[in-house]
Design a binder for this molecule. Structure first.
Ligand code: ZN
Ligand code: FE
Length: 238
């Protein structure tokens, strides 16, 4: 299983997951054009479109891709009225499987009320959308602090060697916030060094890993809901 990282809009990432027969699925297509370019150049068969949540920068390419390739669109069942073109309604904890693709659906509300993550547990990768970022977490738009805290807790408990593919390239700004409030963290300093090297080469800072995030991400390191909420408020005004 191969993953192509595709830059979309200004700072979004969409991902193509490609199996051994050139069948592909795309996670959170912000826009269709850059995805079509890769599908055509690699001669892939796009079978599925997976959405972590309904925001326009994650579903913007849904209908164009669906019409062009007859791909099926998957999203959380309660968001069936706001995910464009949805065909398959997912529920918490279900295993979705087709051919070589196999993912567990993890319901992680907070950023939106219908946010999910896709955990390809056999391949050890996770698509975390706008809930867990490298060195950060999503803004709380529709949920409560409690919901976001509990959602992050679910992701924290995944195997440490899980690769995390998130929805945006926010890592540099996130790192500045983490180091401001966790200035003695050696692991964080080392991670920032690696991040800066990648950015200098114009490479994505994703994927990160659960291990790195446990060691460096201040939101995952918060020891209580109170501490977490305070950090989230500070970050909103950072
Ligand atoms: Zn979003
Ligand atoms: Fe987003």
């Amino acid at each position: 299983m191969n993953i192509e990282i595709i830059k979309c809009l200004t700072d979004n990432y969409s991902y193509l997951v490609i199996d051994s027969n050139k069948n592909a699925l795309v996670v959170d297509p912000s826009e269709a054009k850059p995805i079509i370019e890769i599908i055509e150049s690699k001669k892939l068969n796009l079978k599925f479109i997976l959405n972590t949540h309904h925001h326009f920068d994650h579903v913007g390419g849904n209908n164009d891709l669906k019409n062009k390739y007859s791909a099926k669109i998957l999203g959380y069942k309660n968001d069936k009225d706001r995910i464009p073109g949805i065909d398959i309604f997912l529920t918490d904890n279900e295993i979705w499987e087709s051919g070589e693709f196999k993912a567990k659906i993890i319901f992680i509300p907070g950023h939106t009320s219908g946010h999910i993550a896709f955990h390809f547990y056999e391949n050890k990768f996770l698509f975390s959308g706008d809930t867990l970022f490298s060195l950060g977490c999503g803004r709380i738009f529709e949920g409560t602090y409690e919901e976001m805290y509990e959602s992050l807790k679910k992701l924290k408990n995944l195997p440490e060697n899980t690769k995390v593919y998130c929805g945006h390239e926010y890592t540099l700004n996130n790192s500045l916030f983490c180091i401001e409030y966790d200035s003695k963290n050696i692991n964080l300093k080392n991670k920032i060094f690696e991040i800066e090297k990648k950015l200098k080469k114009k490479e994505p800072t994703v994927p990160t890993t659960i291990k790195d995030e446990l060691a460096c991400n201040i939101f995952l390191r918060a020891k209580s809901i109170e501490e977490f909420s305070k950090l989230r408020d500070l970050k909103d005004n950072f």
